[in-house]
Design a binder for this molecule. Structure first.
Ligand code: MG
Length: 395
């Protein structure tokens, strides 16, 4: 299992930034969205210029008006903000299927297992930040950590407009002031301060039992994303003994192609992906050999599985100048994780899914590769497939 990586992204001064974008004359001015100065209600968003006057979200409009009399107060256009928000989340979902909408302008993205998308997870985080900014035309802050908490704290440190990576998350969190921890409100803060506690580390060491029962479990305990159940079965295999020993390479490979196609369909039906494939042969003298290779990425695509299987078969057939009595294929490192989408493998998998649908509707043998066609002359063909001499086996 690789380390979890979580990216947190937050749009800077979201509502105010949208207003400035729609009306560039507001640029550089203290913009306060939430209502007009005389109205009841609170500030939703204050631009960074307004924050210099001590205005922040949640503050009563009347207080804000006193602190920043020259502020530009706007009621807000929420239908526009929600449209921008939709584009924000759609952009994030292109990078990972696991995106948690935390609020209208804030999200956690699980980047664990996205190692195929970029040369490093740090670079990927930065790419995502830039892609979002291009797409919505607003500045965002981003933080990368090993947990949601770490990522969020990293973003806080990155504001406004930067990208911050938490290399030593545990040390960073333990030394942080307790009021920075999300979820610790003014009331709890007062109690903790009364006990002389100012940092996470102090709480952990001074009151370990309180720590364990309350906020402790949220710390250092993985990404914070729900853990997906990995499939119980770690491999599937299909093999067959021939009615008579075979020396013809084409015929041997057509048997293997059929077995691989059955594996591909089985994986696809169960939404599983194989990380490795093994080919096994038994020669007429009963000597048995197998070779395995990792696939470029976890997949159920027939063409990916077959390319590697054929290569392995050719390697194995060089072992002896003898006829073969058995051939088999096994897929291993089975996973149900789809972290790689949509950047790789889609083409081969779409084709495999289409073929699978046809097989399901019209019978397994209704559509076969040219290679498998040879088998139709040797074995009986039924709706469920070609009837080989020994039934396929599954481990
Ligand atoms: Mg924000």
């Amino acid at each position: 299992m690789s380390l979890p990586f979580v990216l947190h992204i937050d749009i800077d001064a979201f509502f105010a930034a949208v207003e400035v974008k729609l009306n560039p004359a507001l640029k550089g001015k203290p913009v306060i969205v939430g209502g007009l100065p005389g109205e009841r209600g609170v500030v939703c968003t204050a631009s960074y210029e307004a924050r210099k006057y001590g205005v922040h979200s949640g503050m009563a409009l009347q207080t804000a008006a006193k602190r920043c009399p020259r502020g530009i107060f706007l009621r807000g256009r929420y239908h526009i903000y929600s449209r921008v928000s939709g584009r924000f989340f759609a952009c994030l979902k292109r990078f990972s299927p696991r995106v948690e909408n935390y609020s209208i302008d804030e999200a956690y993205i699980d980047l664990s297992g996205t190692k195929y998308l970029s040369s490093s997870v740090y670079r990927l985080g930065h790419e995502i930040k830039c892609a979002v900014e291009r797409e919505i035309g607003l500045k965002v802050s981003a933080g990368l950590g090993f947990s949601k908490l770490g990522a969020k704290l990293a973003t806080e440190a990155a504001k406004p407009g930067n990208f911050f990576v938490l290399y030593n998350e545990r040390e960073f969190i333990t030394n942080i002031s307790i009021e920075k921890i999300p979820g610790i409100g003014p009331h709890t803060l007062l109690i903790l301060r009364g006990l002389g506690i100012n940092t996470v580390k102090q709480l952990e060491t001074a009151y370990p039992s309180i720590w364990r029962r309350t906020i402790g479990p949220h710390f250092y305990s993985g990404s914070g994303f729900p853990v997906r159940k990995e499939p119980k079965t770690k491999s599937y295999s299909r093999e067959t003994t021939f009615p008579e020993d075979i020396s013809d390479r084409e015929l041997i490979s057509s048997h293997l192609a059929y077995l691989v196609s059955r594996l591909s369909v089985h994986l696809g039906e169960n939404k599983l992906f194989a990380g490795r494939i093994e080919v096994k042969v038994r020669f007429s003298d009963f000597s048995t050999y197998s070779r395995r290779l990792p696939l470029d990425y976890p997949t159920y695509s027939y063409s990916s599985l077959w390319q590697t299987a054929l290569h392995l078969l050719n390697v194995l057939l060089k072992k002896k100048k003898r006829a073969l009595r058995l051939v088999g294929a096994k897929v291993e490192d089975i996973t149900n994780r789809r972290d790689l989408l949509p950047f790789v493998s889609v083409k081969g998998e779409k084709l495999s899914a289409g073929v699978r649908d046809i097989k399901k509707r019209f019978g397994f043998s209704s559509i076969v590769t040219a290679r498998e066609l040879l088998l139709k002359d040797i074995y009986p063909v039924e709706r469920e497939g070609i009837v080989l001499k020994t039934a396929s086996l599954t481990k």
